[in-house]
Structures are given as C-alpha cells and as structure tokens.
Design a protein around this ligand. Structure first.
Ligand SMILES: Cc1cc2nc3c(=O)[nH]c(=O)nc-3n(C[C@H](O)[C@H](O)[C@H](O)COP(=O)(O)OP(=O)(O)OC[C@H]3O[C@@H](n4cnc5c(N)ncnc54)[C@H](O)[C@@H]3O)c2cc1C
Length: 476
C-alpha cells in the first residue's frame, strides 16, 4: 500500500466531512450493496473460436457498451479489432443499467455528444440488421416545486443554445390533457412537465450483446474470460497487451474497462481520478393500466417500459461505498457529493468493500494473476430497502402497478469522475493508448463515444468537440 500519510489524512478528513454532512441520511453500516461475483444477466455472446491472434490493428479492453461501440466504428473502417473481456459481454454496468437514452438535465457541455449519440442509436437496428431493443420512449419529468421547474426551464434554454440543431433535442414543456396523456393514472395533479419526445430505451440485457453478435459476423474477435493484465511498450509507444491467455501485438489499445479502468491504469503509473458509486435496479411485470413510456415523476418515481413489455424501475439513489480511493481522492468529490450528482440523492456505505479495496493488489507483474481474473463479473448486491421504496412510491403514484410483480433485482457500479464527465481520449504518456471510460450515461453516450474513439484512431474529423473528455483533466 503506498498511500502517503499526508494524502491519507487529507482524504480521510474529506471522507469524514462528507460522512458528517447532511447527505448522510441513515447509518452507513446498515447499507446493503457489497461488491461480489454475480452471474451476468445479459444475452450470452459466445467467445470467438481458436487461439488468440498474434496481432491486431486495435485491441479493446472490455466488452461493455463502450468497448463494443468502439469496435463497431473501427471495424466499419476496415481495422482488424480484437476485444478482450475478462468476464462476459455486458456482464457488468452495460447489462445492468436503467438504460434510458436521454438528454434531460444532463451537463450542457456533454450535449453535442449525447444528441449525436441518440441519433446514432436511432439508426442502430438498421445498421446492424438486428433488434437491439431500442425503442422511442417519450420521457416526462415533473417537479414537486417551482424552483425545480424554474431550474429545468433555465437548463432547457441553455441546452438549446449549446447544440447546433436544437430541434434534435425535442424538448418542450407540456400541461393539461397532453401531460395527463403521457402519465395516465397519476394520482398527483401535476400541472406542468418537461417532455423529451425523442428519448428512447435500450434494454441493457439485450442492446450491447446484439451489437457484439453482429460484430462477430463481421470478423471482430471477441474473447470472453480473457482478462488483459497490462500493456506492452516499445520505445515508449504501445506495442500490444498481455492477457491471461497470451500476448497480442497491436499499435493501438483502447481501454474501456468500466469501473476497472482506474485500477488498470494505476499499474502503469497513471492515476484516473474516479470513485465507484452503486445503484440498484428492478424489473416489474406490466399490469392493466400501467403507463407506457418513460416517467421521471418528481416525487421519486421512475419507470421505463422495456421492449418486451416489462418495466424497469429504479430508486435512482447513489450509494458511495467508502473504499481505499475515498481516502486518497475523496476530497475532489466533495463539491459533487454536496451538490448532488445528476441531482440524485446520495448515501454512503461502510462495509466489507473497504477491507476488500485494501486487500486488492494495486501493482502486479504481467506474468501474475491479476484482480481482473479474480472477479470475472463483479457487481454490488442490490439494496432491497431502496428497491422496496421505489416500488412503494411507484404504486402510490400509479395504483395500476399494485398488480405488478417484481421479476428480478440487481445492483450496478458506475465509476465516475468528480465532474461527472466521461473520458474519451488518447493518453499522452503512452502514444497508442486511448481511454473510453467513466461514463454515467454510457448507454446513451456509447455510440457517439465509440465513433469518437474511431475518429481519433483513424484521424477522421470528429463530429463532436473532444475537449471536454480529455484524459489530462483527471490524471495526476
Ligand atoms: C444501475 C445503473 C443504471 C444506469 N442507468 C443509465 C441510464 O438510464 N442511461 C444511461 O445512458 N446510462 C445508464 N447507466 C450507465 C451505463 O450503464 C454505463 O455508463 C455504461 O454501461 C458503461 O459502459 P462501459 O463499457 O464503460 O462499462 P462496462 O459495461 O462495465 O464494461 C466494462 C467491461 O470491461 C471489462 N474489464 C474490466 N477490466 C478488464 C480487463 N483488465 N481485461 C478485460 N476486460 C476487462 C469488465 O468485465 C466489463 O465487462 C446506468 C448504470 C447503472 C449501473
């Protein structure tokens, strides 16, 4: 463990301030949500046959939406791509998201990327000749007070100014019968709501695997249960990777390892300043009269109709586990924690994850078994208390859900930067290495982020300004 005493004390102080702030609503020690090995809930994607290729144009580390979409745009440009996934395709975040494809109240600086990504999703089924489960699901957001509504109107004005074609945002405020038509059966007499008419939905267990299966038909090799242990360099440049099953030579490597990216880079002396946050999810059966579409109702009610007619329902409450990194970089996150990330409630948990984070090796040699091989599909256990609360709120607002049954519950871990903005960027220290990670709305952003990575690699003119996503803003 090589955390300096000063850094540790500072971080521990920051954690204490955070823990002592009003954000902590209930005792941390009682929190559910512990990182554990979990079966994937995504459609299976068979591992490619045969031995690892000796060489490729690009090796991608991680088979989540970011790795798969990066591969999609690279393969379309004729590059030989190999994806190495330590567990299963979409086993972690990308198979566990709430998975609304949306813009509403996201950071204005990211809107050009998000709007373009929504457009790419619109054409995805046609692009791959298969059903990703993408469906248009107009999204309605209501507010419990005037201040929330006023802030949303202010955001909408800024959003329209931030994108080249505001019509693509498809945002407007609605009331009366039109609002009621979108949320039939709501008990609260909502007066005004924000409508995002072209918001969409991709079922997380289907979207990424379907694109991955398509990629395999186009010659992209996807090796599952194949962890990348580290990078190889020659003369300071990337020249390949070492996996648990052997080495692959490649001049370009894309790291899209989700919540593992920080650990991976740390072994190469690079600090990606991200912290894990846990979320819980559940899926419900439909019942007569349950509202269709996508609702974010101001009193903590969230539902999204899936392609198969079931519903995703989420508490939309972040839990920040206190871990080793909270001690070292927690301070960076203080403003975000105090002011809210995406405006969602935040809790803290103190449990065996803290011990686990200290036990996890942070440095290893490339002939050693790595942490990536020890947790193939890692996710936090869900908080049943939060899921119960989400269901109770949903039924209170929409009594039609009384007859809905819980099909399954799960947890998911996102790894976020303090500015809640992803990293889609080359890494100056290692020419040939690019990073596509730290997404909080990565299901929405996946296609445009993948395309941007392909633009960076092939030297094509990017469709969105890459500046907000540069690695250097987070690296120490
Ligand atoms: C509960 C929840 C709700 C969400 N809701 C939404 C939403 O409504 N809308 C939205 O747009 N986004 C949402 N998100 C965010 C979205 O799911 C993520 O931003 C996105 O899935 C991240 O994709 P990824 O590819 O970066 O990570 P992942 O899907 O986690 O993929 C990374 C992969 O890398 C693999 N890996 C790691 N290390 C290695 C290694 N060394 N070698 C090989 N493989 C490795 C992992 O096994 C993993 O499969 C939500 C997320 C969660 C958890």
């Amino acid at each position: 463990m090589n955390i300096s005493r000063r850094k540790f004390m500072w971080g521990a102080g920051a954690s204490a301030v955070v823990a002592g702030s009003g954000a902590v609503l209930t005792p941390m020690l009682q929190r559910e949500g512990v990182l554990t090995e979990t079966p994937s809930r995504a459609l299976p994607v068979a591992t490619s046959e045969g031995p690892l290729p000796a060489a490729a144009d690009v090796v991608i580390i991680g088979g989540g939406i970011q790795g798969i979409c990066s591969a999609l745009f690279l393969a379309e440009r004729g590059l030989a791509v190999v994806i190495c996934e330590k567990g299963e395709v979409a086993g972690e975040q990308s198979g566990r998201a709430y998975s609304q494809i949306m813009t509403w109240e996201l950071d204005v600086a990211t809107l050009p990327l998000v709007v373009h990504s929504k457009d790419l999703w619109r054409g995805m089924n046609e692009r791959i000749g298969a059903d990703t489960s993408w469906r248009i699901r107009p999204r309605v957001q209501t507010y419990v007070d005037e201040a929330g509504l006023a802030a949303a109107k202010e955001w909408a004005a800024q959003a329209k100014a931030a994108v080249a074609n505001p019509a693509l945002l498809a945002l407007r405020f609605i009331d009366g019968a039109e609002l009621q038509g979108h949320i039939p059966g709501a008990r609260t007499p909502w007066k005004v709501g924000g409508l995002e008419e072209n918001a969409a939905s991709v079922d997380p267990e289907i979207g990424t695997p379907m694109i991955a299966r398509y990629l395999q038909t186009k010659g992209v090799k996807i090796f599952t249960r194949c962890a990348v242990r580290g990078l190889e360099t020659q003369g300071g440049r990337i020249c390949g990777v070492v996996t648990e099953n052997g080495a692959i030579r490649a001049p370009t490597v894309v790291l899209a390892a989700g919540s593992w990216s920080r650990l991976f880079l740390g072994n190469h002396g690079l600090e990606l300043r991200t912290l894990p946050l846990y979320l819980s999810q559940q899926r419900l059966t439909a019942a007569e009269g349950t509202p269709r579409g996508n609702g974010a109702i101001g009193n903590g009610v969230y539902y999204r109709l899936q392609a198969d007619g079931t519903y995703a329902n989420a508490p939309r409450i972040f839990t920040a586990p206190l871990v080793r990194e909270s001690m070292t970089i927690g301070w960076d996150f203080l403003p975000a924690f105090l002011h809210g990330m995406h405006g969602l409630p935040l809790h803290f948990s103190l449990n065996s994850d803290l011990l686990h984070s200290f036990e996890t090796p942070h440095h290893w040699k490339l002939d050693e078994i790595t942490p990536f091989e020890r947790l193939r599909v890692a996710t936090p256990t869900p908080s049943h208390a939060f899921c119960d609360l989400a269901l109770e709120r949903l039924r209170r607002e929409f009594p039609a859900f009384e007859k809905s049954k819980v099909i399954e519950r799960w947890g998911g871990c996102v790894d976020l930067a303090a500015d809640v903005t992803p990293v889609i960027s080359p890494v100056d220290r290692y020419p040939g290495l690019l990073v596509n990670t730290a997404h909080s709305f990565g299901m929405t952003q996946g296609p445009a982020a993948g395309e941007l990575i392909a633009d960076m690699i092939t030297g094509a003119r990017p469709k969105v300004d890459p500046a907000p996503y540069r690695f250097s803003r987070l690296a120490a």
